[in-house]
Design a protein around this ligand. Structure first.
Ligand code: 5GP
Length: 184
């Protein structure tokens, strides 16, 4: 493996998707991996860009064939990191994975040199506000996501860095500092 693998994890709504996209758009030497999922595309999402959208049968076929670096089930849908895709990108660039908090430890098991970054919200209220403003989920689903928070935060001990996403640009700079330092 020629380049470095970075994992950005954190609870839903913490801003990891936004930050991962900023990192990709501003840094030609960093690629953002595209995960596979069985969830249905949301408005504006494109197959092969936001996710590879798969049927459950196809996802499980790939999982059984050991074609994922890691995968997990999240609110009745499967999400997985395609191994071949990541490994071929690592030939030319550093690669960033934006995955849920369970994925980090699994990636580290397969790839001990991966750098794991855990993103936290400044507070539970801030996270609830972000999920409400995102307007992609019902009230029940938001509360269900928030109910998992204690469990999700308990996993930060498996991560190399913990970053609080307070102000977007400040957080971006902190993440880039970590990426630059670890790439030296
Ligand atoms: P969403 O449905 O909002 O796009 O994503 C739900 C959760 O799945 C997010 O926390 C996201 O980071 C996570 N996720 C996306 N891709 C992967 C993946 O490949 N593996 C794992 N473990 N989680 C993922």
């Amino acid at each position: 493996m020629k380049h470095k693998l970075f994992v950005l994890s954190g609870p839903s709504g913490v801003g990891k998707g936004t930050l991962a996209k900023m990192i990709k758009e501003r840094n030609a030497d960093i690629a953002l991996s595209v995960s596979c999922t069985t969830r249905k595309p949301r408005a504006g999402e494109t197959d092969g860009v936001d996710y590879f959208f798969l049927t459950k049968e196809e996802f499980l076929r790939r999982a059984n064939g050991n074609l994922f670096y890691e995968y997990s089930e999240h609110f009745d849908n499967f999400y997985g990191t395609p191994k071949d895709y990541v490994e071929s990108m690592l030939e030319t660039k550093n690669v960033l994975l934006e995955i849920d908090v369970n994925g980090g430890e699994l990636v580290k098991k397969q790839c001990p040199e991966a750098v794991l970054i855990f993103l936290k919200a400044p507070s539970v209220e801030a996270l609830r506000d972000r999920l409400i403003h995102r307007n992609t989920e019902s009230f029940e689903k938001i509360e269900k996501r928030l109910a998992r928070l204690d469990y999700e935060y308990s996993l930060e001990k498996d991560y190399d860095y913990v970053v609080i996403n307070d102000k977007l640009e400040k957080t971006y700079n902190e993440l880039m500092e970590i990426i630059r330092k670890e790439s030296e």
